[in-house]
Write a protein that binds this ligand. Structure first.
Ligand SMILES: Nc1ncnc2c1ncn2[C@@H]1O[C@H](COP(=O)(O)OP(=O)(O)OP(=O)(O)O)[C@@H](O)[C@H]1O
Ligand SMILES: [Mg+2]
Length: 301
């Protein structure tokens, strides 16, 4: 069932079109990554969906709400959230809960539950000004969840964190996605592949690729044989380009990446060729391309 449907969403700033005719939908219960390089239009898209920016064109339907205000159903963590450093975690959450229409009692109950659930129960009484980046991010997620939204939107929730903080938030998102539909933006495909079901890839404001992670893997993943050598294999790499088992060859310095149609057959042929020509190879690896390669292809266009 579709929770959110976006049609021809467009945002122009003067002559610059930051989001250009973007259409996609989000299934209820799915975790969806909005992927794109810096400046691709992720924040602008999320801000339009959260009601912080008015689209220049296009429409958004949320569940049964086709034209009206659906903001009460969404929770949003901005890319650069602003906290009040003098408040403690509990005060901040209650304040945000009241802003979203909860009574003080209800907001306090939810705040306690969320501090516990997000693993920062001890931080409830500490001033936010003294939090680490990871703790602030958890508090930001708690704030977005305070009114039990149907859709949680997170703008680059892990980009500013160190590897430990990043891992913690990704693990937390895996737990949250069991109960909430999530749309989060990132420029790191690996994070998207790890936690989400679907991917919406945008490039220069336009939709580049969308689909489920498994479908994209099935469609775009290729077998690749990577050969490294003590010498430059560029000339040899060019000589195998027209083999019928080979679809593409990329060579850089002493490494050659050979994209192949049939890995088993190509491996046999290549090993025979290496032995016959006595190529000074140091490694021979059979692998598969990742979605990262697909992303780089889109971004490199
Ligand atoms: N208020 C604004 N006025 C003018 N141009 C803007 C404004 N906001 C965004 N832009 C431009 O729109 C484009 C998309 O910006 P946006 O912040 O949505 O990208 P992003 O994908 O979130 O990038 P990042 O990964 O760096 O956060 C950029 O070229 C940006 O300079
Ligand atoms: Mg952004």
């Amino acid at each position: 069932m579709k929770l959110l449907e976006v049609r021809s969403l467009t945002k122009s700033f003067g002559k610059h079109v930051a989001v250009n005719d973007l259409s996609f939908s989000i299934e209820k219960g799915h975790c969806v990554a909005l992927l794109g390089a810096n400046g691709a239009g992720k924040t602008t898209t999320l801000e339009m969906l959260s009601g912080l920016q008015q689209p220049t064109n296009g429409s958004v339907s949320f569940g049964d709400v086709h034209k009206g205000d659906y903001r009460e159903y969404i929770g949003y963590l901005p890319q650069h959230p602003v906290f009040f450093p003098w408040m403690n975690g509990m005060e901040y959450l209650v304040f945000m809960g009241e802003l979203s229409g909860l009574s003080k009692t209800k907001a306090s109950t939810r705040a306690n539950e969320l501090l516990e659930r997000l693993g920062i129960a001890d931080a409830g009484k500490r001033k936010v000004g003294g939090y680490s980046g990871g703790m602030k991010q958890r508090l930001g997620i708690a704030q977005a969840l305070i009114h039990e939204p149907k859709l949680l939107m997170l703008d680059e929730p892990v980009s500013a964190l160190d590897p430990v903080g990043r891992r913690e938030i990704l693990e937390l998102m895996k737990l949250l996605k069991e109960t909430t539909t999530i749309l989060f933006s990132t420029h790191i495909l690996h994070d998207a592949e790890e936690v989400c079901d679907d991917v919406i890839m945008i490039h220069k404001g336009k939709l580049a690729i969308t689909g489920s992670v498994s479908e994209l893997r099935r469609k775009h993943q290729e077998d690749v044989i990577i050969i490294s050598a003590e010498a430059n294999l560029g000339a040899w790499a060019r000589s195998i380009e027209d083999w019928n088992t080979v679809s593409k060859v990329k060579s850089t310095h002493n490494t050659v990446e050979i994209y192949v149609k049939n890995a088993a057959e190509a491996r046999r042929q290549l090993l025979a060729e290496i032995a016959e020509r006595q190529l000074p190879i140091t490694s021979f690896t059979v692998a598969q391309t990742s979605l990262e390669d697909l992303f780089m292809e889109v971004v490199g266009k």
